[in-house]
Write a protein that binds this ligand. Structure first.
Ligand code: ZN
Length: 299
């Protein structure tokens, strides 16, 4: 489609400028966030601050005004660590109605024994997806208010998500749904999982309706069984904090892979075609959930 448009004359392009598709920058965002100079984006580190500055700049470029939400926590050894979430609000047509919170964590594991844990899939990919969703909603405004939230301190404790819900920027009872992205980039079978449907029939029906038209092979699951089981991902990423608060949630992510939490999770090992399909899919999902958010049964 975009290639055809490029064939149009310059005059036609000037008459009706063609907006870039929201996913167009996703590969570049992923590449920059997982580059060596981000030093693995450890919470409280200069690399983490550099990643935050980049995300903040991209949100402003999209036309949003990100606000920082700082929080402090203690490591097991007693060291105090300062994390910072970034929150950008996109006002919906009904500003007093339910609010959808879209999240992705930008922190990762930092540097260990001289090796940089770049975290391309975990979770530069989710942040790139988050920015693409922000671009989509800025381009065609949502029906409901959407908070775009880049969370810090996920690795080792879901700290940013906890801080977000301890002092939410809107009353907690208005937060109707959390959509969380954590690892959108790598799967050898071209499969992306959507969890959150089993505990919530409303969520399940909407996820099922996405399956036939999704750009990826969209699988539902990983949301039942014992809390501590490997196959139940309910509490494995930031959406777990929303789940514990009784807020309906949707999680998009891939199965673990050989590069998971290894220095080899870098840009070179990302299958870009699959990643772009995953980004397309999460944009479609975010738009669908926003469009129908007012039909979500009150809790
Ligand atoms: Zn992660």
């Amino acid at each position: 489609m975009r290639r055809l448009l490029l064939a149009l004359s310059a005059a036609a392009l000037l008459a009706s400028p063609v907006a870039a598709a929201p996913g167009d920058r996703a590969v570049e965002d992923l590449r920059i966030l997982s580059a060596d100079d981000m030093e693995g984006r450890l919470v409280g580190s200069p690399g983490g601050a550099k990643a935050r500055a980049y995300i903040s700049g991209r949100l402003r470029e999209i036309g949003l005004e990100p606000v920082e939400q700082a929080f402090v926590f203690k490591r097991k050894d007693g060291t105090e660590i300062r994390g910072v979430n970034l929150i950008a609000k996109i006002e919906g047509a009904n500003p007093d109605g339910p609010v959808m919170v879209v999240t992705a964590h930008y922190d990762h594991l930092g540097v260990h024994d001289g090796e940089i844990y770049n975290g391309a899939d975990d979770n530069a990919s989710g942040v790139a997806g988050l920015l693409a969703v922000a671009g989509s909603f800025k381009g065609a405004p949502p029906k409901h208010t959407v908070l775009i939230v880049a969370l810090d301190g996920e690795e080792g404790g879901l700290r940013g998500a906890r801080a977000f819900l301890e002092t939410p920027p809107v009353p907690a009872d208005r937060i109707a749904l959390n959509i969380n992205f954590d690892m959108l980039a790598k799967n050898a079978r071209g499969e992306l999982y959507a969890a959150g449907g089993s505990p919530n029939p409303w969520v399940k029906a909407r996820l099922e309706s996405l399956v036939p038209t999704a750009s990826v092979s969209l699988k539902l699951g990983h949301d039942t069984g014992p809390d501590d089981s490997f196959d139940n991902w309910t509490y494995q990423s930031d959406h777990g904090v929303f789940a514990r608060a009784g807020i309906p949630w949707v999680y998009f992510g891939v199965e673990d892979h050989p590069e998971y939490h290894k220095p080899t999770d870098d840009f070179a090992t990302v299958p870009q075609a699959f990643f772009l399909k995953a980004v397309d899919t999460v944009i479609a999902a975010a738009r669908l959930f926003d469009g129908e958010l007012d039909t979500l049964p009150a809790r």
